[in-house]
Write a protein that binds this ligand. Structure first.
Ligand code: PRT
Ligand code: ZN
Length: 224
C-alpha cells in the first residue's frame, strides 16, 4: 500500500491524543481533525494522520504500514515481546522520546499484605494487561506466577477474588489507593515516544521527516 504522503499513526482518543495533536501542531502541521475520521489530512504538508487504538500503533510501524507513530513505551515494549514470540518483525527506529505520557508499570498488592520482595509473589495469580512485560520481569527474578489476563478493570481483580496481585500502569497512585492496593515494585517506566519504520523511506518522505525533526527537537527543548 504505497502512498506519497507521509503517514503518522497516533492514538485516536485517550491519554496521549491531546498532547500528540498539540505537538504535531506546534511543529507547523495544520491538522483538520474530525472526530469520526480514521485518516486526517494535513492541509499544508503531504502528511496523513492515522488515528487508531494505541495498541495497534507499534504493529503498524513494525509492519511498515505507517511511516511514523507516537505511542507509549509500555505498549511498544509489550507489543515487541508479543511479536517476538510470534516470529513477527520487531524492528523500528526511535526518533525522539517525548515529554508526556509519564507512567510506570508496577506490581501492587492488597494494602494489608506484607511485601518482602518479588519472591512474595511465588505461585500468586497476577492480573494484568501486560503479560509479556510481567513475565520478563518475574522470570529475571526467578519467580513463577499465574498470569490473569484482563484488558480493563485490572485494579478491581483482587477485591473480586480474581487475583492475588496486579501489575498495572500507575501515575498518581490514586486508583490503587481507591482500590485498597499498594504499589510495591516498579517494573517498567514509560513515556510517549516517536518511532519510525525500520525500512528506508522514499527520499521525499525522508526529507520531510528531516525537516520536521529539528522543529520537534526545538519545541521539546524549549519546554524542558
Ligand atoms: O483506546 P485505546 O486502546 O487507544 O486507549 P487505552 O485505554 O488503551 O489507553 P489510555 O488512553 O488509557 O492510555 C494511553 C497511554 O497513556 C498508556 O499506554 C500509557 O503509555 C499512558 N499513560 C500515562 C497511562 C497512564 N498514565 C495511566 N495512569 N495509561 C493508563 N493509566 C491508567 C492506569 O491503567 C490506571 O487505570 O490510569 C489509572 C491509574 O492512574 P492513577 O493516576 O490513578 O495512578
Ligand atoms: Zn489501548
Amino acid at each position: 500500500m504505497e502512498t506519497k504522503r507521509l503517514r503518522i499513526a497516533m492514538q485516536k482518543s485517550g491519554r496521549l491524543s491531546q498532547d500528540s495533536q498539540a505537538l504535531l501542531k506546534s511543529c507547523g502541521l495544520k491538522i483538520n481533525l474530525r472526530e469520526d475520521r480514521l485518516i486526517a489530512h494535513v492541509e499544508n504538508m503531504p502528511i496523513d494522520i492515522l488515528r487508531v487504538r494505541d495498541d495497534d500503533i507499534p504493529g503498524l510501524v513494525m509492519d511498515g504500514v505507517v511511516d511514523l507513530g507516537i505511542v507509549g513505551e509500555n505498549v511498544l515494549e509489550e507489543t515487541m515481546l508479543e511479536r517476538q514470540a510470534l516470529g513477527l518483525s520487531v524492528e523500528y527506529k526511535t526518533l525522539r522520546r517525548l515529554d508526556y505520557g509519564d507512567c510506570r508499570l508496577s506490581l501492587a498488592i492488597p494494602q494489608e499484605q506484607v511485601w518482602s520482595g518479588p519472591e512474595s509473589l511465588a505461585g500468586a495469580r497476577i492480573a494484568t494487561t501486560y503479560p509479556n512485560l510481567l513475565k520478563r520481569f518475574l522470570a529475571e527474578q526467578g519467580v513463577k506466577f499465574k498470569p490473569v489476563m484482563l484488558t480493563g478493570s485490572v485494579e478491581v481483580a483482587p477485591r473480586a477474588g480474581l487475583a492475588d496481585a496486579i501489575c498495572d500502569l500507575v501515575s498518581s497512585g490514586a486508583t490503587l489507593e481507591a482500590n485498597g492496593l499498594k504499589e510495591v515494585q516498579v517494573i517498567y517506566r514509560s513515556k510517549a515516544t516517536l518511532i519510525q519504520a525500520a525500512q528506508e523511506l522514499p527520499a521525499d518522505k525522508q526529507a520531510l521527516v528531516d525537516k520536521l525533526m529539528p522543529r520537534l527537537q526545538g519545541m521539546l527543548q524549549a519546554r524542558e
